[in-house]
Design a protein around this ligand. Sequence first.
Ligand SMILES: Cc1cc2nc3c(=O)[nH]c(=O)nc-3n(C[C@H](O)[C@H](O)[C@H](O)COP(=O)(O)O)c2cc1C
Length: 214
Amino acid sequence: MEANLHHQRSEYAQGQLREEDLESNPLTQFALWFKEYQSQAVFEPNTVVLATDSEVEGPNARVVLLKEFSLEGFVIYTNLESQKAREARERGRVALLFFWPELQRQVKVKGRVEWVGEAENDRYFATRPFESQIGAWASQQSQELSSREALEARFEELRQWYTGQTVPRPPFWGGLRVLPEHYEFWQGRTSRLHDRIEYRPLEMGGWVFRRLYP
Ligand SMILES: Cc1cc2nc3c(=O)[nH]c(=O)nc-3n(C[C@H](O)[C@H](O)[C@H](O)COP(=O)(O)O)c2cc1C
């Protein structure tokens, strides 16, 4: 099996990034773009690739759902014993990569990792649908699983146990918060002359941006 995709070509002509239109705060710029993407009515507009790294296993990446963004950071929720959580703890820094093909845009956010507090984890867990709550308990995320049946049996056991009760948050489930130290906004342009703008924080507060070669 092989595929040669050399002839697959698309034009990028949907928009442009001009210095005079950029927000001075990259979070505001992100919020504007995210809102535009949300209005595209795509499946799960809040999907994002979370990239991590570890000494032994090297680089790693997976899709997760962005659940919150604000001046406090970008938050995703996961199993705190999962591979991603272990790698995020080890390195203390991660990257988030958004790809919004309908708008021919990409946004990268790199930053330090913080862990969401117990109270906030509890609050968010309580808003999740019952079945997702049970799913969180049932999964030893990233560990070897003997069979699909074993997972389903565990889910069913827990589902029956908790029916009619409030499901407590598993102690191994919570939020990872990325505190941005770097942003990059990418807008596709014609002839591969794409727009790339990088923001970096200034020591005295605020941000500075510059254009990068595509
Ligand atoms: C659309 C989509 C959304 C996902 N959302 C999450 C999520 O919010 N949290 C999560 O832990 N895993 C999520 N996953 C599963 C992860 O991609 C991944 O398989 C899992 O978290 C285990 O990753 P790890 O072993 O690298 O820790 C999602 C996958 C997809 C495709």
